[in-house]
Design a protein. Structure first.
Length: 190
């Protein structure tokens, strides 16, 4: 791939665009709903909106663009560079990726009919970042934790048998996912 952009979100764009066009032309949907962490595919929304007038919604479980850490301080009276630690390391691929992320998030979010997020703080960030996006165009839909699940555990008196709580060791339990992207964090921890 050109410039080393090997992210599946970028590589899949041409195929997803063509397939989406065929589906839109045949099925005539009212709306496209993007709920993925493969963020680059969200730019298909504005493309299909322009070509077909199709409204679309973007759903964020995680932030696409995280806060920019300014490690290269601006000189007095000048604009911040907005370049993060990757610039210091000379990681051109990361610099390019973050640049594209900022541009593509703007492109996808500003033309969206609606934005869904699991976090009210990310909605606040998006509304502040993109003035055309109004709070009324956003819905916060946090991940659920049904009360029935907690009641089930209490009723069944489920007991863990993995470790002995009184063995003198400190025990940590992680209930999140464990994909390859967790490698750095887990390596630091262990």
């Amino acid at each position: 791939w050109p410039l080393g952009l090997t992210h599946v979100g970028w590589r899949s764009l041409p195929s997803l665009y063509r397939l989406g066009c065929r589906i839109i032309e045949k099925e005539k949907p009212d709306l496209a709903f993007f709920s993925t962490t493969m963020f680059p595919v969200m730019i298909l929304g504005p493309l299909w909106r322009k070509k077909y007038g199709l409204r679309y919604v973007v759903d964020f479980q995680d932030p696409w663009v995280r806060g920019v850490v300014d490690v290269i301080p601006a000189k007095a009276g000048t604009q911040s560079t907005g370049l993060g630690p990757d610039f210091r390391r000379g990681d051109v691929k990361s610099i390019l990726s973050r640049f594209l992320d900022r541009k593509m998030e703007r492109y996808a979010v500003q033309a969206a009919s609606h934005v869904v997020s699991v976090s009210p703080s990310y909605v606040d960030t998006l509304v502040q970042r993109y003035p055309r996006l109004k709070p009324g165009q956003c819905t916060v839909l946090p991940f659920g934790a049904p009360e029935a699940d907690f009641a089930f555990v209490r009723e069944k008196t489920i007991v863990q048998r993995i470790y002995q709580p009184d063995d003198g060791w400190r025990h940590w339990v992680y209930a999140g996912r464990g994909g390859g992207d967790m490698h750095f964090s887990l390596r630091c921890l262990f």
